[in-house]
Design a binder for this molecule. Sequence first.
Ligand SMILES: [Zn+2]
Length: 204
Amino acid sequence: MPQKPRSIHPDDAQDERLAALDLETAYTYAYLPTVLDDEGRAKDSPAVLNGFLWPLRADAHPTAAMDRDLAALAESGLICRYEVGGRPYLHDPRWKTRHKLVRPTPSTLPPCPEHEKSFDEVVTETVGRIAEGVTSVVEVAGSRIDQKRISDSLARLVEDVTYLVDPEKAVVNGQKVRKMFQRNKNGDADDTGTDPGAISGETE
Ligand SMILES: [Zn+2]
Protein backbone atom coordinates (compact mmCIF):
# COMPACT_ATOMS: atom_id res chain seq x y z
CA MET A 1 0.00 0.00 0.00
CA PRO A 2 1.63 3.27 -1.09
CA GLN A 3 2.02 5.96 1.52
CA LYS A 4 3.30 8.91 -0.47
CA PRO A 5 2.38 12.55 0.01
CA ARG A 6 -0.44 13.51 -2.35
CA SER A 7 -1.78 16.85 -3.48
CA ILE A 8 -5.28 18.18 -2.81
CA HIS A 9 -7.10 19.63 -5.79
CA PRO A 10 -8.36 23.22 -5.30
CA ASP A 11 -11.64 22.41 -7.11
CA ASP A 12 -12.68 19.79 -4.55
CA ALA A 13 -14.17 22.27 -2.08
CA GLN A 14 -16.49 23.53 -4.85
CA ASP A 15 -17.36 20.06 -6.19
CA GLU A 16 -21.14 19.71 -5.87
CA ARG A 17 -20.96 15.92 -5.93
CA LEU A 18 -18.63 15.99 -2.94
CA ALA A 19 -20.74 18.62 -1.15
CA ALA A 20 -23.79 16.35 -1.47
CA LEU A 21 -22.06 13.57 0.52
CA ASP A 22 -21.91 13.35 4.30
CA LEU A 23 -18.76 14.53 6.04
CA GLU A 24 -17.47 11.02 6.82
CA THR A 25 -17.60 10.07 3.15
CA ALA A 26 -15.96 13.36 2.18
CA TYR A 27 -13.18 12.66 4.72
CA THR A 28 -12.63 9.20 3.21
CA TYR A 29 -12.49 10.79 -0.24
CA ALA A 30 -10.02 13.47 0.87
CA TYR A 31 -7.55 10.89 2.19
CA LEU A 32 -8.20 8.21 -0.42
CA PRO A 33 -5.35 9.39 -2.73
CA THR A 34 -2.86 8.41 -0.01
CA VAL A 35 -3.76 4.74 -0.51
CA LEU A 36 -4.07 4.81 -4.30
CA ASP A 37 -0.97 3.83 -6.26
CA ASP A 38 0.78 6.18 -8.68
CA GLU A 39 -1.79 5.41 -11.38
CA GLY A 40 -4.72 6.05 -9.04
CA ARG A 41 -5.67 2.41 -8.38
CA ALA A 42 -6.14 0.21 -5.31
CA LYS A 43 -7.55 -3.18 -4.44
CA ASP A 44 -11.19 -2.66 -3.52
CA SER A 45 -11.00 -4.03 0.00
CA PRO A 46 -13.08 -1.91 2.43
CA ALA A 47 -11.51 -3.55 5.50
CA VAL A 48 -7.92 -2.84 4.40
CA LEU A 49 -8.75 0.66 3.18
CA ASN A 50 -10.51 1.43 6.44
CA GLY A 51 -7.44 0.31 8.37
CA PHE A 52 -5.30 2.81 6.46
CA LEU A 53 -7.72 5.73 6.33
CA TRP A 54 -9.34 5.49 9.77
CA PRO A 55 -6.63 3.72 11.83
CA LEU A 56 -7.27 5.50 15.12
CA ARG A 57 -11.03 5.83 14.79
CA ALA A 58 -12.04 2.33 13.73
CA ASP A 59 -14.66 2.22 16.51
CA ALA A 60 -16.40 5.29 15.14
CA HIS A 61 -15.84 4.25 11.54
CA PRO A 62 -15.87 0.44 11.13
CA THR A 63 -15.58 -1.49 7.86
CA ALA A 64 -19.34 -1.22 7.32
CA ALA A 65 -18.96 2.58 7.24
CA MET A 66 -16.21 2.28 4.64
CA ASP A 67 -18.54 0.05 2.62
CA ARG A 68 -21.10 2.85 2.67
CA ASP A 69 -18.48 5.52 1.83
CA LEU A 70 -17.18 3.64 -1.19
CA ALA A 71 -20.68 2.87 -2.44
CA ALA A 72 -21.63 6.57 -2.15
CA LEU A 73 -18.41 7.72 -3.87
CA ALA A 74 -18.94 5.26 -6.71
CA GLU A 75 -22.58 6.31 -7.02
CA SER A 76 -21.52 9.96 -7.35
CA GLY A 77 -18.86 9.10 -9.95
CA LEU A 78 -15.97 10.36 -7.81
CA ILE A 79 -14.43 6.88 -7.83
CA CYS A 80 -14.93 3.91 -10.13
CA ARG A 81 -15.15 0.32 -8.89
CA TYR A 82 -14.32 -2.41 -11.38
CA GLU A 83 -13.47 -6.09 -11.63
CA VAL A 84 -10.73 -7.84 -13.55
CA GLY A 85 -10.41 -11.63 -13.43
CA GLY A 86 -13.07 -11.78 -10.73
CA ARG A 87 -11.08 -9.49 -8.40
CA PRO A 88 -12.41 -6.10 -7.26
CA TYR A 89 -10.46 -2.86 -7.74
CA LEU A 90 -11.19 0.83 -7.58
CA HIS A 91 -9.61 3.91 -9.12
CA ASP A 92 -9.98 7.65 -9.50
CA PRO A 93 -11.15 8.19 -13.10
CA ARG A 94 -9.77 11.76 -13.06
CA TRP A 95 -6.39 10.74 -11.63
CA LYS A 96 -4.25 11.87 -14.56
CA THR A 97 -5.67 15.38 -14.58
CA ARG A 98 -5.55 15.72 -10.80
CA HIS A 99 -2.11 14.35 -9.95
CA LYS A 100 1.08 15.29 -11.77
CA LEU A 101 3.65 12.89 -10.35
CA VAL A 102 7.39 13.02 -10.88
CA ARG A 103 8.72 9.59 -11.86
CA PRO A 104 5.54 7.64 -11.02
CA THR A 105 5.91 3.97 -10.11
CA PRO A 106 4.05 1.81 -12.65
CA SER A 107 0.93 0.21 -11.16
CA THR A 108 0.95 -3.52 -10.47
CA LEU A 109 -2.87 -3.55 -10.61
CA PRO A 110 -4.85 -4.04 -13.83
CA PRO A 111 -6.30 -0.91 -15.48
CA CYS A 112 -10.02 -0.17 -15.50
CA PRO A 113 -11.46 -1.64 -18.71
CA GLU A 114 -13.85 1.31 -19.08
CA HIS A 115 -11.72 4.39 -18.33
CA GLU A 116 -8.15 3.29 -18.99
CA LYS A 117 -8.12 1.76 -22.43
CA SER A 118 -4.73 1.36 -24.06
CA PHE A 119 -3.73 3.59 -26.97
CA ASP A 120 -4.07 0.59 -29.29
CA GLU A 121 -7.64 -0.11 -28.17
CA VAL A 122 -8.65 3.53 -28.59
CA VAL A 123 -7.12 3.70 -32.08
CA THR A 124 -8.77 0.45 -33.12
CA GLU A 125 -12.18 1.57 -31.83
CA THR A 126 -11.88 5.04 -33.34
CA VAL A 127 -10.77 3.96 -36.79
CA GLY A 128 -13.40 1.21 -36.67
CA ARG A 129 -16.12 3.80 -36.13
CA ILE A 130 -14.66 6.08 -38.83
CA ALA A 131 -14.37 3.19 -41.29
CA GLU A 132 -17.97 2.12 -40.63
CA GLY A 133 -19.17 5.70 -41.06
CA VAL A 134 -17.26 6.26 -44.29
CA THR A 135 -18.33 2.90 -45.68
CA SER A 136 -21.99 3.68 -45.08
CA VAL A 137 -21.58 7.07 -46.77
CA VAL A 138 -19.88 5.38 -49.69
CA GLU A 139 -22.71 2.86 -49.96
CA VAL A 140 -25.26 5.66 -50.07
CA ALA A 141 -23.29 7.71 -52.56
CA GLY A 142 -22.77 4.69 -54.80
CA SER A 143 -20.29 4.77 -57.64
CA ARG A 144 -19.59 8.50 -57.53
CA ILE A 145 -16.97 8.03 -54.81
CA ASP A 146 -13.85 5.94 -55.15
CA GLN A 147 -13.88 3.85 -51.96
CA LYS A 148 -10.28 2.71 -52.25
CA ARG A 149 -9.08 6.28 -52.56
CA ILE A 150 -10.95 7.23 -49.40
CA SER A 151 -9.70 4.23 -47.42
CA ASP A 152 -6.12 4.92 -48.52
CA SER A 153 -6.40 8.59 -47.55
CA LEU A 154 -7.85 7.67 -44.19
CA ALA A 155 -5.19 5.02 -43.59
CA ARG A 156 -2.45 7.55 -44.37
CA LEU A 157 -4.07 10.06 -42.03
CA VAL A 158 -4.06 7.49 -39.22
CA GLU A 159 -0.44 6.59 -39.99
CA ASP A 160 0.56 10.25 -39.81
CA VAL A 161 -1.28 10.89 -36.55
CA THR A 162 -0.03 7.68 -34.96
CA TYR A 163 3.52 8.40 -36.08
CA LEU A 164 3.63 11.46 -33.85
CA VAL A 165 2.82 9.34 -30.82
CA ASP A 166 4.39 5.99 -31.64
CA PRO A 167 6.33 5.65 -34.92
CA GLU A 168 6.62 1.88 -34.62
CA LYS A 169 2.85 1.44 -34.56
CA ALA A 170 2.06 3.87 -37.40
CA VAL A 171 2.28 1.29 -40.19
CA VAL A 172 0.40 -1.32 -38.18
CA ASN A 173 -2.46 1.10 -37.46
CA GLY A 174 -2.61 2.15 -41.11
CA GLN A 175 -2.93 -1.52 -42.03
CA LYS A 176 -5.74 -1.91 -39.49
CA VAL A 177 -7.70 0.80 -41.29
CA ARG A 178 -7.21 -0.83 -44.69
CA LYS A 179 -8.17 -4.19 -43.20
CA MET A 180 -11.36 -2.75 -41.70
CA PHE A 181 -12.39 -1.26 -45.04
CA GLN A 182 -11.70 -4.57 -46.71
CA ARG A 183 -13.80 -6.32 -44.07
CA ASN A 184 -16.67 -3.84 -44.36
CA LYS A 185 -16.64 -4.15 -48.12
CA ASN A 186 -16.74 -7.94 -47.96
CA GLY A 187 -19.39 -8.01 -45.26
CA ASP A 188 -18.88 -8.79 -41.59
CA ALA A 189 -19.38 -12.53 -42.01
CA ASP A 190 -16.17 -12.86 -43.99
CA ASP A 191 -13.43 -11.65 -41.69
CA THR A 192 -11.65 -14.90 -40.92
CA GLY A 193 -9.44 -15.16 -43.96
CA THR A 194 -8.32 -11.54 -44.14
CA ASP A 195 -4.58 -11.32 -44.32
CA PRO A 196 -3.20 -7.90 -43.33
CA GLY A 197 0.03 -8.63 -45.21
CA ALA A 198 -1.84 -9.13 -48.46
CA ILE A 199 -3.83 -5.94 -47.93
CA SER A 200 -0.79 -3.79 -47.21
CA GLY A 201 0.94 -5.31 -50.25
CA GLU A 202 -1.82 -4.34 -52.62
CA THR A 203 -2.02 -0.68 -51.61
CA GLU A 204 1.23 0.65 -53.04
ZN1 LIG B 1 -13.02 3.12 -14.27
